[in-house]
Design a protein around this ligand. Structure first.
Ligand code: G6Q
Length: 544
């Protein structure tokens, strides 16, 4: 941590941004575009196959200059180098943060405590590839000799959201004669529905848990074992129908999974940064090792871009800085992610964890309360569906919501006019949000006076448009890494630990006290508050 780090709101660039904000607020996107006819081409970056148009933001060239100065004054370059060189930048857990090592090519060297971790990463990838090929080809047989047709990933949080998102995103490339499902919730319905039409003889469970102690995952894993053994009878069937992805060999063995069928990762991989580790085993079985490696290649290309590109052309840095601009100066409370691509339907949910678990923090790395806003609320839905529901508020509500529109030039399913219509919609939305419709324009359409205010759109609502050639595994890797590093940039500016999750740990501990009170009649009186005591009694009473 550089010693000379000045508190965020005392940095000169912050103060300059604060006064600059007052000028910008008085401006409008209509005026900014009219004053600079080449704005739409100038305020865009093409890098790593991504066209990133940020011209429809409430900014000028000066804003970008000041934001980059803020990045410099926040020592972002040093922070990036610290992450890539394996320094323990997760200060509260005293851990390195090296998801970038998961996609480093063979031959690179990244050291943690003096040891190069890249060879271990590739050893696990090779083991995964061998296993994935055996399952895909049918040479891995279930206990009764039948090939595996169904794969169920059991995990939660970082051990679920990445695998689900990646499977859905890359479904086009998946093995269509196999079924992939994901069970995460401790609500028994999740397991029941995922398995009700499957045969245990043909089903493989991947128990994905970094710690192998998470309540939800272990409960579902035990239920899966009972479900399997109810049909297959013999304990030895477990070895053929269960594999584990974990860092905890002892617990995996205790569960009865052969540790030869355990795929490891390391404490320097955070849960929400783990979809490209062995946690991605279900993805690899679905799309095959080659596609998986090309996804890793995409991640790595974005890593290198982030590490080396000057900030004014650095996609994650620009994206992160624009987020700071709205969050901290305009007071925006949320950010919307709107992929115009059905395969990315779980991408907003995935990003919610990545962004909000990483940057939802209230103290600096040194433990001091922040006096500025940190991470915004992320949310979204794929277009065009969102247009017929919540876009109303984005267009005409009282809240400023910066949007990321994500679209692909070439569709994976070419069906008549569908893609032209889809893309026309995404372009029309960002245009309408930016420029709105004036009362004069509404009147000129023949609207009666009383209706004009209702049909007027203020405009000035900012968005980024991200255009990518097509949704390939490599493109997905780049897109995810773009957001990962944008989150990093923001966390570094806010001076928070983006890599711990004490709020999640609390959730893991809380229920433990109540479980025994529900399962057996509490001998002593309940010791909670009067609301919680009553709720518990009601639940117990309902069973009598
Ligand atoms: C992610 C969090 C959290 C975690 C889950 C599952 O960054 O740490 O979402 O991934 O709680 O944990 P396990 O993988 O240990 O079961």
């Amino acid at each position: 941590m550089p010693n000379e780090m000045i508190e965020l709101t005392k940095r000169q660039a912050w103060k300059d941004l604060d006064s600059h904000f007052r000028n910008i607020r008085a401006s409008s996107l209509r005026r900014l575009f009219a004053d600079d006819p080449s704005r739409g081409e100038r305020m865009a970056v093409q890098a790593e196959g991504i066209y990133f148009d940020y011209s429809k933001h409430l900014i000028t060239g000066e804003t970008i200059k000041l934001l980059i100065r803020l990045a410099d004054e926040s020592h972002i370059r040093d922070r990036i180098d610290a992450m890539f060189s394996g320094e323990k930048i997760n200060v509260t857990e005293k851990r390195a943060v090296l998801h970038v090592a998961l996609r480093a090519p063979k031959g690179k060297s990244i050291r943690v405590d003096g040891k190069n971790v890249v060879p271990e990463v590739h050893a696990v990838l090779d083991k995964m590839a061998d296993f994935a090929n055996r399952v895909r080809s049918g040479s891995w047989k279930g206990y009764t000799g039948k090939p595996i047709r169904n794969v169920i990933n059991i995990g939660i949080g970082g051990s679920d959201l990445g695998p689900v998102m990646a499977y859905e995103a890359l479904r086009h490339y998946s093995k269509r004669d196999m079924t992939f499902r994901f069970v995460s919730n401790v609500d028994g319905t999740d397991f029941a529905e995922a398995t009700q039409d499957l045969s245990p003889e043909e089903t493989l469970f991947i128990i994905s848990s970094k710690t192998f102690t998470t309540l939800e995952t272990m409960t579902n894993a035990h239920t899966a074992r009972e479900w399997t053994l109810r049909s297959l009878k013999q304990d030895s069937a477990v070895a053929k129908h269960f594999v584990a992805v974990s860092t905890n060999e002892k617990e995996v063995a205790k569960f009865g999974i052969d540790t030869a069928n355990m795929f490891g990762f390391w404490d320097w991989v955070g849960g929400r940064y783990s979809m490209d580790s062995a946690i991605g085993l279900s993805t690899m079985i679905a799309i095959g090792p080659e596609h998986f490696r090309s996804m890793l290649d995409g991640f790595h290309k974005m890593d290198e871009h982030f590490r080396t590109a000057p900030f004014e052309r650095n996609l994650p840095v620009i994206m992160g800085l624009l987020g700071i601009w709205y969050n901290n100066f305009f007071g925006a409370q949320t950010a919307a992610v709107l992929p115009y691509e059905q395969y990315l339907k779980r991408f907003p949910a995935y990003l919610q964890q990545l962004t909000m678990e990483s940057n939802g923090k209230h103290v600096t790395r040194e433990g001091k309360a922040v006096d500025y806003q940190t991470g915004p609320i992320y949310w979204g839905e794929p277009g065009t569906n969102g247009q017929h529901s919540f876009y109303q508020l984005i267009h005409q509500g009282t809240k400023l919501i910066p949007c990321d529109f994500i679209a692909f030039l070439k569709p994976l399913n070419q069906l008549g006019r569908h893609h032209d219509l889809l893309i026309a919609n995404v372009f029309a939305q960002s245009e309408a949000l930016a420029f709105g419709k004036t009362p004069e324009e509404v009147k000129a359409e023949g609207t009666p006076d009383w209706l004009i205010p209702h049909r007027t759109f203020e405009g000035n609502r900012p968005s980024t448009t991200i255009l990518i050639e097509s949704l390939t595994p490599e493109a997905l890797g780049k897109l995810v890494a773009l957001y990962e590093h944008s989150v990093f940039t923001q966390g570094a500016i806010w001076d928070i630990d983006s890599f711990d999750q004490w709020g999640v740990e609390l959730g893991k501990a809380l229920a433990v006290r109540i479980i025994p009170e529900l399962e057996k009649e509490p001998s002593a009186g309940l010791q909670h508050d009067s609301s919680t005591n009553t709720l518990i009694r009601k639940y117990i009473g309902s069973r009598k």
